[in-house]
Design a protein around this ligand. Structure first.
Ligand code: ADP
Ligand code: MG
Length: 249
């Protein structure tokens, strides 16, 4: 592994390209996320937002370009890759909890298996994390017994249990009933305030305005525009961003 730089930013992509067969889904992506920064990625369906998340923790490979995480180029395989995955939390639209394990077991599984932390310690920390996301009373239940909002908060607690340096959220509230969206966004806002580095793909523009340090607008595999929420929402500089905003706001 190449040691590139000691500090800022936490993640940096340069000239990243990705194809799925003939489809060019990431086109020359250049993007940095600073430590403690909250970057909200928005854009039409199919623009490459999920793929962008997935290349950062190497759930997808890239064709060309460089991705540097915490001063090192992304590892291709082996222990270094496992470590990277444990340092980059991921929260998906579908909560991806283990259905045959309790909520607390879901949260302690990573720390005990990957980090070799004792079960007792992991459970103590797990309960603290469930408290942070407001679902301690659900600890002994199975995922199917929880509401969607509670399951997604459990998924966030599970990501936090690995002490990630960053969390990627890919449309974390898109599968939720409307009345449960806010409780999940509130947890995310809390994390942002606590200084967690976050990249969030979302259509929740209220959250984007309040919590983002920067908005990245993607279309057709490209970053078309980026800026502060106030710049982006009040005076988007491209026609495509104006068009997109006119459809969703
Ligand atoms: P978004 O999250 O912005 O909706 P995605 O990153 O999911 O966009 O997808 C970008 C494009 O890549 C879409 O055209 C999608 O159909 C395609 N795509 C995504 N994943 C795959 C895959 N595993 N194989 C082939 N095509 C894919
Ligand atoms: Mg997507």
């Amino acid at each position: 592994m190449t040691e590139i730089s000691g500090s800022d930013p936490l993640v940096r992509l340069e000239g990243v390209n990705k194809h799925f067969g003939p489809l060019h889904v990431l086109k020359d992506i250049g993007l940095s996320v600073g430590r403690g920064e909250v970057v909200v990625v928005i854009g039409p369906s199919g623009s490459g937002k999920s793929t962008l998340c997935r290349v950062i923790n190497r759930l997808e490979t890239t064709d060309t370009g460089t991705i540097v995480f915490d001063g090192r180029e992304l590892p291709a395989e082996g222990r270094a890759l496992a470590r990277l995955r444990s340092e980059v939390g991921m929260v998906f639209q579908s909560f991806n909890l283990f259905s045959h394990k309790t909520i607390l077991e879901n949260v302690t599984l990573g720390p005990t298996r990957v980090r070799k932390i004792s079960r007792q310690q992991a459970e103590q920390r797990g309960m603290e994390l469930l408290e942070r996301v407001g679902i301690t009373s659900q600890a002994g239940k199975y995922p199917a017994q929880l509401s969607g909002g509670q399951q997604q908060r459990a998924a966030i607690a599970r990501a936090l249990a690995m002490d990630p340096k960053m969390i990627l959220f890919d449309e974390p509230t898109s599968a939720l009933d409307p009345e449960m969206v806010q409780e999940v966004l509130d947890v995310m806002t809390g994390l942002a305030k606590d200084g967690m580095t976050m990249m969030v793909v979302t259509h929740e523009m209220g959250f984007a305005r309040r919590a983002a340090n920067r908005i990245v607008f993607m279309a057709d595999g490209q970053i078309v525009e980026e800026g502060s929420p106030s710049e982006f929402f009040t005076q988007p500089s491209t026609e495509r961003a104006r068009d997109f905003l006119s459809k969703i706001l």
